[in-house]
Write a protein that binds this ligand. Structure first.
Ligand SMILES: CCCCCCCCCC(=O)SCCNC(=O)CCNC(=O)[C@H](O)C(C)(C)COP(=O)(O)OP(=O)(O)OC[C@H]1O[C@@H](n2cnc3c(N)ncnc32)[C@H](O)[C@@H]1OP(=O)(O)O
Length: 216
């Protein structure tokens, strides 16, 4: 059996699954690095052609093992973090590498964004800031035992969020009302964590049991 941390608990997942999850996370990290390098590369044509051929070959190899759309990966486990969501999945190279930890007042995530998340030169794309806030604010709701789907996410962009600079994202529950949870949070520089660069308020609604969006 292999042990993975789940919050503060240790969970003995089957060793083969743990090993496989590590490989999936390493592949996600490797491809994320490739994507960042791709967005930064001022390479000569022959190097670009070599990269195109090599990447296409790798993609073709993996495509042969694709699971059908809408089915869960065999490596998923109800007690372990999901591997592929676009907001945080460690196995998803498009997802920013979000790790969230509990704090006394809510949750916090520390992250440094790569070149692939750039919008205006040197600045994070506003949609990526919203993605990060949706993710971390949702985590605050979930870790308080509430969860729910995002009904709205109101963002205010105060200052540029820099690329390749350590950031801190904090979130806390503002109000609870039946199925509704209002959460507030912001992105700041890790070096200046009290000054919001982008702030957000989100409403998460726990769907009714008969909500058709729950049907698979
Ligand atoms: C178990 C869930 C696990 C979720 C994991 C974390 C997810 C990570 C964050 C995401 O990105 S979620 C994906 C993006 N969001 C969605 O896809 C949600 C799409 N919208 C929906 O599915 C439904 O609109 C929703 C479940 C949010 C609400 O449907 P309901 O049928 O439960 O809403 P209903 O009309 O009964 O309203 C319930 C309450 O919420 C309020 N409400 C709903 N939408 C609102 C809105 N947009 N603005 C303000 N209030 C809103 C509504 O007024 C009402 O308040 P009161 O109880 O006080 O009357």
């Amino acid at each position: 059996m292999g042990t993975e941390a789940v919050g503060t608990l240790a969970y003995d997942a089957p060793a083969a699954k743990v090993d496989r999850r590590r490989l999936i996370e390493q592949l996600g990290d490797a491809v994320r690095g490739l994507v960042a390098a791709t967005c930064a590369a001022e390479a000569p044509p022959e190097e670009l052609e070599r990269a195109i051929a090599g990447t296409r070959q790798l993609a073709e190899g993996l495509r042969g093992f694709a699971r059908p759309l809408g089915t869960a990966s065999s490596s998923e486990d109800p007690l372990l973090p999901h591997l592929y969501p676009a907001g945080h999945g460690a196995g998803n190279p498009v997802a920013p590498p979000v790790h969230v930890e509990a704090t006394e007042e809510g949750v916090r995530s520390r992250i440094t964004l790569g070149r692939q998340y750039e919008g205006p030169r040197g600045r994070t794309h506003g949609g990526i800031s919203a993605l990060l806030l949706d993710e971390v604010l949702a985590y605050a709701s979930t870790s308080a035992g509430r969860g729910g789907f995002t009904a709205y996410l109101n963002t205010s962009y105060h200052q540029a969020v820099p690329i390749q600079v350590p950031l801190e994202i904090r979130a806390r529950i503002d109000a609870e009302d039946g199925r509704k949870t209002t959460v507030k949070g912001f992105i700041a520089l890790e070096s200046d964590p009290e000054v919001p660069l982008v702030s957000a308020t989100a409403l998460f609604v726990i769907p009714r049991a008969d909500y058709e969006g729950n049907q698979k």
